[in-house]
Design a protein around this ligand. Structure first.
Ligand SMILES: *Cc1c(COP(=O)(O)O)cnc(C)c1O
Length: 461
């Protein structure tokens, strides 16, 4: 019999209705959703038609049904899934920034699974304020008079500008017109908030006199945005926060500092450059300071606003605050993370600080163990000196001395792709044709999964 032409093959395909009558698919529709199975049937038939037109043979009915079951199975898997970060980038924004401490996870779980005193005063037996759960501890840690937590630092910046400078002018150095990433650009945020940006100085040099000259009747605020993700070196000058705060107060203006990361531990003790700390901005006289919860703080996504009592009180009453408020789970997580700082155990309990604090010897021991395992599995693996970075728009150009594992494979891109297809996905980097695994960002409990995943993929080569 001559081979069938594509059009005969297409005619052989079962109809949507016929497929839906198949026992397996009726069962599947019953277990998951009828609509999903119908969509799966359509998707599979479309794909099959394309393949036939491209010269393939029509699949057997059983094969087609398997494809549909697989497709439906994939749709009911959550798309957000844990991955193993072997890149060495500690605050990897694409990989969800800060992993949380064990205590933070417990607190978030407890808040999520039942009721809580989120807005209930247990002593008075009446309505309370959700702000208290973070405010007391943040003020104690930073010396601020008051504090407020919102959805993230981008929201904090937007809120501060909208509340204090809508319809007015905000003076900012040209050196601070930064793009943070993810579409967050200071001039655009300013526009969104209804404030008018007044640029002063130049990219590399701005003096306090530049701000002073730009002040008008319309000015509401002098602002600094920390250039958190880049560095200007060479012939540079910035007005100090102290100078800005003094000038602002002389002219009855507000001085605001967007710190970005806001480290509560001194990064120089870890061999890094100094990352500005919120308490330093307050000490310089700044009225309102904001920073992220999930950068160097090491907690869940949040924006933390601290400052003078009157300013924070005004923010709490501003209508936009209601739209940017965080839920009980975030409060629980922020509070638990901050408690580590209060108990002076942040460097031992908060994963990102543990990663920053990991010594060359710690990393060497782990890298050596991985190499032994992988060599036993016939992989060409070596321990190398390297550098890990902080990431997440913090400490640009700063690196930590690292010991990493380099694996030489025939097709590194293909290998990395297979790693990403592992369950759970493993994210590694490629350097000079080798796949690099940095132990610094691999959590202890992920290590066995990583070792086995790499071995399994190596066998497929
Ligand atoms: C990261 C960053 C932001 C945005 O903070 P998110 O918490 O990511 O919203 C704003 N400003 C600066 C200076 C930053 O570094």
């Amino acid at each position: 019999m001559p081979p069938m032409n594509p059009h005969d093959q297409l005619r052989q395909l079962p109809s949507v209705d016929a497929l839906l009558q198949a026992h397996t698919l009726r069962e599947l529709a019953h277990q998951s959703s009828h609509t999903l199975v119908v969509e799966g049937v359509r998707v599979a038939l479309d794909a099959t038609r394309q393949k036939i037109l491209a010269g393939a043979d029509a699949p057997m009915l059983a094969q087609l049904i398997d494809t549909i079951c697989e497709w439906v199975g994939a749709q009911v898997q959550p798309s957000l899934t844990p991955v193993i970060n072997a890149t060495g980038v500690i605050l990897h924004t694409n990989l969800g920034r800060a992993p949380l401490s064990a205590e933070t996870l417990v607190a978030m779980r407890l808040a999520a699974q039942g009721y809580s005193n989120l807005e209930y005063d247990l002593v008075a037996g009446e309505r309370g304020s959700r702000h208290v759960h973070a405010e007391t501890i943040i003020t104690r840690l930073t010396g601020a008079e008051a504090a407020l937590v919102v959805n993230n630092n981008a929201a904090a910046v937007m809120l501060i500008l909208a509340a204090f400078a809508r319809g007015k002018q905000v003076i900012l150095s040209r050196g601070h017109l930064v793009e943070i990433g993810g579409g967050f650009r200071v001039p655009e945020v300013m526009q969104q908030s209804g404030a008018t940006l007044v640029e002063v100085g130049t990219t590399n040099r701005t003096y306090v006199a530049d701000y002073a000259r730009a002040i008008t009747e319309q000015t509401a605020m002098l602002m600094r945005v920390h250039s958190s993700n880049f560095k200007v070196i060479g012939f540079t000058h910035e007005a100090t926060l102290g100078e800005l705060a003094t000038l602002a107060h002389e002219k009855n203006l507000l001085c605001v500092d967007d710190l970005g990361s806001g480290a509560l531990l001194d990064t120089t003790t870890f061999g890094l450059a100094h990352e500005p700390m919120p308490q330093e901005s307050l000490a310089a006289g700044v009225d309102v300071v904001c920073f992220s919860g999930d950068k160097l703080l090491g907690g869940p996504q949040a924006g933390i606003i601290i400052g003078k009592r009157a300013a924070i009180a005004a923010l709490k009453k501003f209508p936009l605050t209601r739209a940017l408020r965080v839920d009980k789970v975030t409060y629980a997580g922020v509070q638990a993370t901050l408690l580590h700082y209060l108990k002076n155990e942040a460097a031992k309990k908060i994963p990102i600080w543990m990663m920053i604090a990991a010594t060359r010897a710690d990393l060497d021991a782990r890298a050596t163990k991985w190499v032994e395992r992988w060599r036993a599995a016939k992989l060409d693996a070596t321990v190398l000196d390297a550098e890990s970075t902080i990431g997440g728009g913090s400490l640009p150009g700063e690196t930590l001395p690292a010991r990493v594992v380099a694996v030489a494979v025939a097709a590194p891109d293909e290998f990395a792709k297979r790693l990403r297809g592992n369950a759970p996905p493993i994210i590694a980097r490629i350097e000079q044709g080798r796949v690099i695994f940095d132990p610094r960002t691999v959590l202890a409990q992920e290590e066995d999964t990583l070792l086995a995943g790499v071995e399994r993929i190596a066998k497929l080569q």
